[in-house]
Design a protein around this ligand. Structure first.
Ligand code: IPM
Ligand code: MG
Length: 360
């Protein structure tokens, strides 16, 4: 029986609740197909700070680096809001992305037919939407230097640097074009090339790399227009390729097409085998311990792990089908509750999906 070692970084808030359910579902897949998924829990975020005075302990990084894949819940809690920036839980997320070189963040935003009425947008606009946002994750203004807050001309001056090396742009392009080749061969690159030099370079490199993928239809869009078009006509998009900060913003926006942040998974890939999988939602500390949070985003992140890290396409599809069946059968967590449906908690939802995995 093949063993897969998974670093399990539940993090803060409801991170443990949602990763527990994903673990259940992965174990069911293991049982069904005879894989041994071995989980190694470690601390990350605020809980790590409480224990070790750092949100990203070396030990956590070591376990993550040695693993076959990382499953992360979420980090952050209001109680850490007053900590200095360098030890805030969010720093752990940026730190682990950088340390593991997870430069390619895939954020699918698809709308489930069972849930189209949940979107705040009109059903006719969102139904059938299936977007894959490919967000560069280890560069841009998030990591650029110089940065800081200084005194200049007698007043405070805050600054960050939006910058990309062409090699950083090129490698994310190859990921995005490869993803596009496996989907409908349509890619829209989002930038702000009418204003920013860094975006002009972005556009130049994207155009250059596109020549290696002649089958992919490439378009370019300014980010302000893209933000509008995602709401106006989301179905025009298939793969969206963009930088770190634009991708951060647009992926939260796109999540609303599906109706709930609690549904959307993500994969962060490197150029080695190692990758990390996490829901795009945060730690929802207000819901902690209430067993009401939606585990679907994390369960679907585990499904992405099977596909992208372990080449288990069939098993990935099985988890997606198990989630779809739970929705079709009328089970809903509170964030996606609709009249006439059955409200269930986090662990019940996980159990239903796990049972579907075993029986489908
Ligand atoms: C995300 C989050 C993070 C980001 C924060 C928590 C650092 O918003 O994963 O989208 O900005 O990348
Ligand atoms: Mg974000």
């Amino acid at each position: 029986m093949k063993t897969y070692n998974i670093a399990l970084l539940a993090g803060d808030g409801t991170g443990k609740e949602v990763t527990d359910e994903a673990v259940k579902v992965l174990k069911a897949v293991g049982e069904k197909y005879s894989y041994d998924f071995n989980f190694e829990p470690e601390l990350i975020g605020g809980c790590a700070y409480d224990e070790y005075r750092t949100p990203l302990p070396d030990k956590t990084l070591e376990i993550a680096k040695k693993s076959d894949a990382v499953l992360l819940g979420a980090v952050g809690d209001w109680k850490y809001d007053t900590l200095p920036a360098e030890v805030r839980p969010e720093r752990a997320l940026l730190g682990i992305r950088k340390e593991l070189n997870l430069f390619a963040n895939l954020r699918p935003a698809s709308v489930y037919p069972e849930l189209t009425s949940l979107s705040p947008l009109k059903e006719e606009f969102v139904s059938g939407t299936d977007i894959m946002i490919v967000r560069e994750l280890t560069g841009d203004v998030y990591f650029g230097t110089p940065k800081g807050i200084e005194i200049k001309n007698g007043e405070k001056f805050g600054f960050n640097n939006m910058c990309y090396f062409e090699s950083e742009i090129r490698r994310i392009c190859h990921v995005a074009f490869s993803v596009a080749m496996q989907r409908s061969k349509k890619l829209c690159s989002v930038d702000k090339a009418n204003v920013l030099d860094v975006s002009r370079l972005w556009r130049e490199i994207v155009t250059e790399v596109s020549k290696e993928y002649p089958e992919v239809e490439l378009s370019h869009m300014y980010v302000d227009n893209a933000a509008m078009q995602i709401i106006r006509n989301p179905k025009q998009f298939d793969v969206i390729l963009t930088g770190n900060i634009f991708g951060d913003i647009l992926s939260d926006e796109a999540s609303m097409l599906s109706g709930s942040l609690g549904l959307l998974p993500s994969a962060s890939l490197s150029d080695t085998k190692l990758a990390m999988y996490e829901p795009i939602h945060g730690s929802a500390p207000d819901l902690k311990g209430k067993d009401t949070v939606n585990p679907i985003a994390t369960i679907l992140s585990a499904a992405m792990m099977l596909k992208y890290s372990f080449n288990m396409d069939k098993e990935h599809d099985l988890i997606v089908a198990a989630v779809r069946k739970a929705l079709k059968d009328g089970y809903r967590t509170q964030d996606i509750m609709q009249t006439g449906m059955n409200i269930v908690g986090c662990s019940k939802m996980g159990n239903i999906i796990k049972d579907n995995v075993l029986t489908l």
